[in-house]
Design a protein around this ligand. Structure first.
Ligand code: SAM
Ligand code: DTB
Ligand code: SF4
Length: 318
């Protein structure tokens, strides 16, 4: 049965306590271990992107101070992946500032994926739009997840991106799904959208058939030089509500508390975990912007008595 706007708006309008209680129950039923998944990001190709995504520090057309860098050498990617594993990460996500990869890039990234997987890490990549053949090659290389976000609801999308359509994004998601790779797809909150538009993003995600296995909920990181640098974001309570609703309407997804954790503080992050977030980006850098340091993240998880996912088991943070 598809989820309706009215149902999601009703959830947003619940008293905060009731919403969080409902979300925490759904979380407990579907993830009895309650473990947190740690995913480390690496920007394997940085900046110089031809797209015009209004939030993005890597778009060539905005003066953000990001220095463009060519595709990394596989040895350097493996060094970073080993360090991530050593630090306790479970998943390694390789991101490239491309509109879409060229076929020769796909072969290089496929080699990186196989080697990262051989280290015993889950693999994820986010490389822009993919055609069916490219998705197939990545799948055969051992790619576990492909990240491609819808970013916003369809009716707000045109205000932030003009160089690729919502339909283009849905098409890539369908190629990923067809190739047998698990889907990682979410969006950004705090770009100036209304609550109804946030609700419509969540509904579109939940009504993908099946819904994504991983749902990153990013809080906009406002970057100087981008059109959204002065965006006022959203209040942390609205952000926590959004996480709770994602948990309720996509009960079995890993809901990732993604970009913007530095601004959230430990209490708001803890509320996100109570509301059903069970994954974070782990490591001092996202792609080009900062992320809380590993030491503080482990301290927070320990303080909360939360376990982390390691080789499909929940283990205590030491
Ligand atoms: N170029 C590829 C693409 O767009 O699909 C992959 C990399 S792109 C940086 C991945 C995602 O990062 C975007 O879809 C967006 O959701 C997120 N992102 C980028 N800049 C952000 C920002 N300033 N704040 C929050 N999320 C951001
Ligand atoms: C996602 O949803 N968020 C991550 C990941 N998928 C690739 C990226 C966040 C990027 C934040 C801005 C930056 O560091 O460049
Ligand atoms: Fe390019 Fe991706 Fe940034 Fe858009 S989000 S400008 S496609 S790197």
């Amino acid at each position: 049965m598809s989820i309706t706007v009215d149902r999601v708006i009703d959830l947003y309008n619940l008293p905060f306590n009731k919403l969080i209680f409902q979300a925490a129950n759904v979380h407990q039923e579907n993830f009895p271990e309650g473990d947190i998944e740690l995913a480390t990001l690496l920007s394997i190709k940085t900046g110089g992107c031809p797209e015009d995504c209004g939030y993005c520090p890597q778009a060539a057309r905005y003066d953000t101070g990001v220095k463009p860098k060519k595709l990394m050498h596989i040895d350097d990617v493996l060094t970073a992946a080993k360090a991530a594993k050593e630090a306790g990460s479970n998943r390694f996500c390789m991101g490239a500032a491309w509109r879409e990869p060229k076929n020769r890039d796909i072969d290089k990234v496929a080699a990186m994926i196989s080697s990262v997987k051989a280290l015993g890490l889950e693999t994820c990549a986010t490389l822009g739009m993919l055609d069916q053949d490219q998705a197939q090659i990545l799948s055969e290389a051992g790619l576990d997840f492909y990240n491609h976000n819808l970013d916003s609801s369809e009716d707000f999308y045109g205000e932030i991106i003009s160089t690729r359509t919502y339909q283009d994004r849905l098409k890539t998601l369908s190629h990923v799904r067809q190739s047998g790779i698990s889907v990682c797809c979410g969006g950004i909150i705090g770009m100036g959208e209304t609550r109804a538009q946030r609700a419509r993003l969540l509904i579109t995600l939940a009504n993908l058939n099946p819904y994504p296995e991983s749902v990153p909920i990013n809080h906009l990181v406002p970057v100087n030089g981008t059109p959204l640098s002065d965006s006022k974001g959203v209040d942390s309570i609205e952000f926590i509500r959004t996480i709770a609703i994602a948990r309720i309407i996509m009960p079995k997804a890993r809901v990732r508390l993604s970009a913007g954790r530095q601004e959230l503080g430990k209490e708001a992050q803890s509320m996100c975990f109570v509301a059903g977030a069970n994954s974070i980006f782990y490591g001092e850098k996202l792609l080009t912007t900062g992320n809380p340091d590993v030491k503080n993240d482990l301290l927070l998880l320990k303080e909360l008595g939360l376990t982390i996912k390691k080789n499909n088991e929940a283990v205590m943070v030491v």
